[in-house]
Design a protein around this ligand. Structure first.
Ligand code: UT7
Length: 326
C-alpha cells in the first residue's frame, strides 16, 4: 500500500491590531492609492507589545487542531516555518510544542526559507509521513515581520504584515500531497535580506541598527518572482500531466496582487479561482499560504476533493510549489 499525507484541518490567527494604508501615509511618503494599485494591499495586522511569533503560531495551531478534531497529544511532528523566531534557541517550534502541551519526545523544529518557508515545511512533513517517521504533523507558518521592518523605508514597510497559519497533515492511503517542487538559488541574496545575524555579534547591530531590518530591491525581486513562479507552476503541470485550467484553486504566497495575477494567467486560471488575502493581510511571508488556505476552507470555497496549487517565492532566493488534493 502506498502511503500518502493529507490535510485534515486548517487554522490561522491574525493579531488584533490592524494598520491601514492611511496610517502609513502619516509615517512615510506614500498614498493609499499607490499601495493599492502597486501591491493590492489595503491593510495588514501587527502584533501587540509583548506578542511573539510563538504566541501567534500557537493560536493558529490550536485552531487547526480544533478543525481536525484532534488534540496536541495526537501530533508527533511539528514543523514551523519562520524568519522571525522568538529566540536564537531553542527553536520557536520547541516553544510552541510546550505551549500546546504536545507529548515530550515528539519531533519539533523550525525551517528558515523566508516567504517560501511554508512550502518547504509542508514538503518536509509530507516526507516524514510517507517514510513512516511520523503519523500526524502540525505544519505552521508564523511571522512577526513588523519587528524587522524599517518603518522609514516606504519600499518595505507598506508591504509586510504579521500572522500565522497552520495545517494538520495526516497519514492516509488516499493521495493528498501529490507533488512538491522546491528550489533555492543563493546567488541573488542581496536583493532581499536582513543583513545581520547573531554570528556578526551585537556590536555590529549597535553600529548600524538598520542592519537588523529588511532590505529589498523590490522591482528587481518582482521581475525574478514573476519569471520563476511561472516556471515552477509549469513544472507542476508537466510533472502531473495536467492541462492548463485543471487546478481548482491557486493558493499563492501573498506578496503582490500583480505577481499572483501573472501566475494565474500562466496557469490559465481566472482570478475568481485564486485565493487572495493580500488586501487584508499584506505579505505575511511564511504565514501567507496557510492563512489564505484557512480563509478559503472556512468560507466554503475550498471543498474536499478539489485540486489546489500552492506556490511561493522568497528571499534566498527560495521558491517552490505543491499540488494538493484537498
Ligand atoms: O515576498 C517575497 C518576495 N517579495 C516580493 O515578491 C515583492 C516584489 N516586489 C514588489 O511587490 C514591488 O516591486 C513593490 C510593490 C515593492 C514596488 O512596486 P514597483 O511597481 O516595482 O515599484 P518600483 O520599486 O519600481 O518603484 C516605482 C516608484 C519609484 O519612484 P520613482 O523612482 O519612479 O520616482 C519608487 O520610489 O514608486 C516609488 N515607491 C513608492 N511610492 C509611493 C516605492 N514605494 C513606494 C510607496 N509609496 N510605498
Amino acid at each position: 500500500m502506498t502511503i500518502y499525507s493529507r490535510i485534515r484541518g486548517t487554522g490561522s490567527y491574525l493579531p488584533e491590531r490592524v494598520v491601514t494604508n492611511a496610517e502609513l501615509e502619516a509615517l512615510v511618503d506614500t498614498s493609499d492609492q499607490w499601495i493599492r494599485e502597486r501591491t493590492g494591499i489595503a491593510e495588514r495586522h501587527v502584533v501587540a507589545e509583548g506578542e511573539g511569533c510563538g504566541d501567534i503560531a500557537t493560536r493558529a495551531a490550536e485552531a487547526a487542531l480544533d478543525a481536525a478534531g484532534l488534540t496536541a497529544a495526537d501530533i508527533d511532528l511539528l514543523v514551523l516555518a519562520t524568519s522571525t523566531p522568538d529566540q536564537i534557541f531553542p527553536s520557536t517550534a520547541c516553544l510552541v510544542q510546550q505551549r500546546l502541551g504536545m507529548r515530550g519526545g515528539a519531533i519539533a523544529f523550525d525551517i528558515a526559507a523566508a516567504c517560501s518557508g511554508f512550502i518547504f515545511a509542508l514538503d518536509t512533513a509530507d516526507r516524514f509521513i510517507r517514510t513512516g517517521g511520523a503519523r500526524r504533523a502540525l505544519v505552521i507558518g508564523a511571522e512577526t515581520f513588523s519587528r524587522i521592518l524599517n518603518w522609514e523605508d516606504r519600499g518595505t514597510c507598506v508591504i509586510f504584515g504579521d500572522g500565522a497559519g497552520a495545517v494538520v497533515l495526516e497519514r492516509s492511503d488516499r493521495p493528498g500531497i501529490l507533488s512538491s517542487h522546491l528550489h533555492t538559488d543563493g546567488r541573488q541574496e542581496p536583493l532581499l535580506n536582513v543583513p545581520w545575524g547573531v554570528s556578526q555579534g551585537s556590536e555590529a547591530l549597535l553600529r548600524d541598527p538598520l542592519a537588523g531590518k529588511v532590505t529589498m530591491r523590490g522591482n528587481e525581486v518582482f521581475k525574478v518572482a514573476v519569471r520563476t513562479l511561472g516556471a515552477v507552476v509549469e513544472e507542476v503541470l508537466q510533472a502531473n500531466d495536467l492541462e492548463y485550467g485543471a487546478i481548482d484553486w491557486l493558493v499563492p504566497h501573498q506578496a503582490n496582487i500583480r505577481i499572483m495575477a501573472a501566475t494565474a494567467r500562466k496557469l490559465g486560471l481566472p482570478m475568481e479561482r485564486v485565493v487572495v488575502t493580500v488586501d487584508r493581510h499584506g505579505n505575511t511571508s511564511a504565514a501567507s499560504i496557510p492563512l489564505a488556505l484557512d480563509v478559503a476552507v472556512r468560507d466554503g470555497r475550498i471543498r474536499p476533493g478539489q485540486l489546489l496549487l500552492l506556490e511561493a517565492f522568497g528571499a534566498g532566493f527560495t521558491w517552490g510549489a505543491t499540488l494538493v488534493r484537498y
